[in-house]
Write a protein that binds this ligand. Structure first.
Ligand code: ADP
Length: 591
């Protein structure tokens, strides 16, 4: 379909209509003028003939030979514009203003003459064989003495009339052309005035399409166009409102989704990712921007989750499952899915929510391990106590020496049970939120706290002839809970003593800094192999089980130290070289 601007469709139509109208008017005018002019000429000839007829009649009666000169005189008075001819009823030409009558043939057959001889008025337009051109003839009967004996005929050249008509026609054509030019210019203005509001409305509509809703269609003079402009403006206002609402809702949704801890992603009906929130991108280790529009199989490298997405897309009900991700560290997710439907109620995709259960899984594992460890640690002394008690009951009491040994073993195991239970209670107090909040902290001179700890550990140290030295500036104060810090330091000194050779030395040194205070407990004992260092602060973790148990260890000492430093807002670290010794450092926040 040929397309062009509205103005170039309307304007040619206007021009065509104008040309046809002007052409038709011009044609009609020239035709009407021709008819009018000929009828005028005929009437003029008729009037002249009527006036001249009596003269011809008189001459006919008086001197028929004078007819021809009379005709010629008549002709001259009209400057030979009109031709005068007198013809007898027999058709003989008596006189002619332009020709010699003797040379003219019988005229009785001329239609105008035939009509005049019948006593009426004859006229015709036809070719004159005498003059060789088209003529308008008018004939009247000439009375005289014997009425009806002759006919006076007047003729005028049709060419003379036509030149007047063509002159007139050229005037009409020129006037028509002037009218056409004027109308063409006027039509251009009218076409523009019609197309201009539509062009400006098109521009406004294009602005709307580009999202610029602040522009408005101007009012138009034509009511239809003005209504259209109003409708456009109303549409823009409504669109703008809706877009603002949609944008606000989307922003709210984005904010909610991005602040969610749960990972959320949506897929379309072909399982292509439509959106991913920040948490999901982190949990699945994917690039939020790159994932968009890609198939879930490409983005999520986990068969379980891929199958879950497919299953959710196919299901009419909400789905849920647990999936695990293996990799650097195993991760566990609880996944929930729901189908998305479009406004027509057809499947549009699905939304999947991922809850990271890794921590809960780990805590669950820890709890299981802890229960197993506690049971195991308690079972050993209980079994021993039970065994030695049975041995005593079964006659062991008979031998006083053996009884003494058995009772001492039972006592040792009971002591161990007690130590484990004490440590467990300390740990649980440190882990309990309300107990933790109840712990009070005050500024204490560190030297006094450390001295008290060294004194508590002194018995065991002296037993192994290990000297425990203290290097602490007098004025160092720290905001601590003195009994807890004392317990932590005792645990560290106890360990240092336990895992050192008799006669060696243990140093306790305080290094105060602006931001934190370091309390170091250094020994020259057996040290800890590097691969155990990261785990020795875990509950019940021991490097060498039999050695630790022989030395009366519970595997809870360092866990208690870690918790005590944590409640003080500090941390504990260890540096150790197997065979050379270890340094445990408690960092406490400074002033
Ligand atoms: P235990 O009661 O067995 O000493 P801890 O929690 O106090 O338990 O210590 C955990 C483990 O760390 C010990 O079994 C031991 O192997 C190691 N350890 C702790 N302190 C030292 C140290 N000063 N020198 C060498 N090994 C140590």
């Amino acid at each position: 379909m040929f397309r062009s601007r509205l103005i170039w469709q309307v304007y040619p139509l206007f021009l065509a209509v104008t040309l046809v109208a002007v052409g038709a008017v011009a044609a009609y005018c020239s035709h009407a003028f021709r008819v009018f002019y000929r009828s005028e000429a005929r009437d003029e000839l008729k009037a002249l003939a009527t006036v001249a007829a009596p003269q011809v009649a008189r001459m006919l009666d008086a001197d028929p030979a004078g007819i021809d000169p009379l005709c010629k005189r008549f002709g001259r008075t009209t400057e030979d514009r009109l031709r005068f001819t007198v013809v007898t009823s027999a058709g003989r030409v008596l006189g002619d203003s332009h020709e010699d009558p003797a040379l003219m043939g019988d005229h009785s057959d001329r239609s105008e003459i035939v009509a005049a001889l019948r006593g009426g008025f004859g006229e015709s337009i036809r070719f004159s064989p005498t003059l060789g051109r088209e003529m308008l003839y008018v004939a009247v009967p000439v009375g005289g003495a014997s009425p009806g004996q002759a006919v006076l005929r007047l003729a005028i050249s049709a060419n003379a009339m036509d030149s007047v008509i063509s002159n007139m026609r050229s005037h009409v054509v020129w006037a028509g052309l002037v009218i056409v030019v004027c109308v063409a210019a006027l039509s251009l203005l009218i076409s523009r005035s019609i197309s201009q509001p539509i062009v400006s409305m098109r521009r406004v509509a294009q602005s709307f399409a580009m999202g610029q809703f602040n522009v408005r269609a101007p009012a138009a003079a034509a009511t239809e166009l003005d209504d259209l402009a109003k409708a456009l403006n109303e549409m823009a206002a409504q669109l703008s409102d809706r877009i603002v609402t949609i944008t606000r809702q989307r922003n709210e949704l984005d904010t909610v989704l991005s602040s969610m801890i749960e990972g959320v992603f949506a897929v379309d009906a072909d399982a292509r990712i439509v959106s991913v929130n920040r948490a999901a991108a982190q949990l699945l280790s994917i690039d939020q921007a790159k994932a968009q529009g890609r198939a879930v199989e490409e983005v999520v490298r986990n068969l379980g989750l891929q199958q879950f997405v497919r299953q959710t897309l196919a299901s009419d009900k909400p789905t849920e499952d647990d999936v695990s991700f293996s990799g650097a560290g195993e991760r566990f997710f609880h996944v929930q899915g729901a189908r998305l439907v479009d406004p027509r109620g057809e499947r549009a995709g699905a939304v999947i929510v991922l809850s990271d259960m890794t921590r809960i899984h780990r805590l669950e594992d820890l709890r299981r391990d802890f229960v197993a460890n506690v049971s195991h640690e308690l079972k050993t002394p209980v079994t021993s106590i039970q065994g030695f008690t049975e041995a005593l009951q079964e006659g062991g009491l008979a031998d006083p020496e053996q009884t003494k040994r058995y009772v001492s073993i039972i006592g040792k195991h009971a002591q161990r049970l007690n130590a484990i239970i004490d440590d467990l209670l300390s740990l649980s107090r440190l882990e309990d939120g309300s107990e933790r909040r109840a712990i009070s902290f005050e500024y204490h001179p560190l030297k006094a706290v450390l001295k008290a700890a060294i004194e508590l550990a002194a018995v065991k140290a002296e037993h192994k002839q290990i000297a425990v030295s203290l290097d602490c500036p007098e004025d160092v104060q720290a905001k601590v809970n003195a009994p807890l810090l004392e317990q932590a330091i005792v645990n560290l000194i106890d360990n240092a003593v336990k895992y050192s050779e008799p006669g060696s030395a243990v140093e306790v040194r305080v290094e105060p800094r602006e931001e934190q205070i370091a309390i170091r407990v250094k020994d020259t004992g057996c040290g800890i192999p590097a691969d155990h260092l990261s785990r020795i602060f875990e509950r019940f973790y021991v490097v060498d089980k039999s050695r630790s148990r022989k030395l009366g260890g519970t595997g809870l000492g360092l866990a208690i130290v870690k918790h005590i430093t944590q409640v003080h807002g500090g941390q504990v670290t260890v540096e150790s070289t197997p065979g050379k010794g270890s340094v445990f450092t408690i960092y406490l926040p400074g002033k």
